[in-house]
Design a protein. Structure first.
Length: 337
């Protein structure tokens, strides 16, 4: 049974996406449409108050744009914030993000709620993004949704029966740090062979760089894009070279297909979601290979019906953090089975 969309209450929410260098915010209406978005610089190294001020500045700019509409948007029902972790989604406390040194055990939800007098929720971008996809995006109509965001890292979010799955302490859902090779390269998290060390943007670039070290690839379009220096190859360059028919880029991405297929087969056997959703910059590059991944999954899954689970691209792109923030405060009223 899917998640009904008719339960969305009137009014709007504000979604906030906090990063190490920027804060993006936008008004999210009851249908998940983003309006009045804005972006300001994040002050991450001048103390907790300065970091909070950057967040409230972005929120105030969105509220001012909404006020200019003459009340057409309705009332502000809540504010949802996507913040880098570690964090506790139950308490709204940001614990110790490496890229946000201003916040250490900082009660972000409470502090923002004091300013605006509305409910505030905080979660990481993958959890919030999964919620937005379940409510308004590619996961709409499904109860159990698995989202992966492939980019600089590999993030995952799980929605079960219409609610984010956080686990016992709020730390669940780190599927990007599921190992698929105990003898594999060490991930930044310290574990060997995580899917992040194989399928993230930097991992794809590193694999292409290694292939280009072979002298037989001197004529590669990928090498030309890198001005002859394999060490400067990026994942974006791999995608560009693949579009021109480059053999090295194609081989690199086919390797990535195999690795993602193995990982997703584990996800299916563990969770058996109703739908698998892929988002992020790397996912866009991998879109031509979705059919290949789908075809590989049945042979890799113990679940004999794993082939029935659709694999689809995410609906929200660059604004996924804003939509996810909006979904966080929509969840209690709208996400029911």
């Amino acid at each position: 049974m899917g998640i009904p969309s008719t339960l969305v209450e009137p009014g709007f929410t504000i979604g906030v996406d906090v990063g190490g260098t920027k804060v993006a915010a936008g008004l999210v209406d009851p249908a998940g449409k983003i309006k009045y978005s804005t972006r300001v610089a994040m002050v991450a190294n001048k103390g907790a108050a300065a970091g909070l001020a950057a967040v409230t500045q972005a929120i105030d700019m969105v509220r001012a744009k909404s006020a200019a509409s003459g009340g057409a948007d309705g009332e502000l029902r809540g504010i949802g914030i996507c913040s880098p972790g570690p964090l506790d989604p139950h308490t709204g406390i940001v614990i110790n993000p490496p890229n946000l040194v201003c916040w250490r055990n900082f009660p972000l939800a409470d502090e923002v709620s004091k300013v605006y007098g509305v409910p505030v929720k905080v979660d990481n971008d993958a959890n919030a993004g999964a919620l937005a996809e379940a409510l308004w995006g590619a996961g709409r109509g499904y109860c159990n949704v698995f989202l992966t965001t492939l980019g600089t890292g590999v993030g995952t979010g799980i929605v079960q029966d219409g609610h984010s799955y956080h686990g016992r302490t709020g730390a669940a859902g780190e599927g990007g740090h599921m190992s698929i090779d105990y003898r594999g390269p060490q991930c930044g998290c310290g574990k060997p062979g995580c899917i992040e060390v194989f399928a993230s943007g930097p991992a794809i670039a590193k694999r292409a760089q290694a292939k280009l070290s072979d002298a037989t690839h001197d004529s590669s379009a990928l090498l030309r894009l890198a001005n002859g220096n394999p060490n400067t190859v990026t994942a974006e360059m791999v995608g560009q070279a693949y579009a021109t028919g480059d053999a090295v880029a194609a081989e690199t991405l086919r390797d990535t297909v195999i690795l993602l297929s193995i990982w997703l087969s584990n996800i299916i056997d563990l969770l058996e979601p109703d739908v698998l959703i892929m988002g992020g910059g790397v996912a866009a590059m991998m879109a031509p290979f979705f059919d290949d991944i789908r075809k590989r999954l049945p042979a890799l899954c113990v679940n004999s019906r794993g082939n029935e689970i659709p694999l689809v691209p995410a609906y929200y792109g660059a604004d996924a953090g804003i939509a996810g923030g909006g979904a966080l405060v929509a969840e209690p009223q709208t996400l029911r089975t």
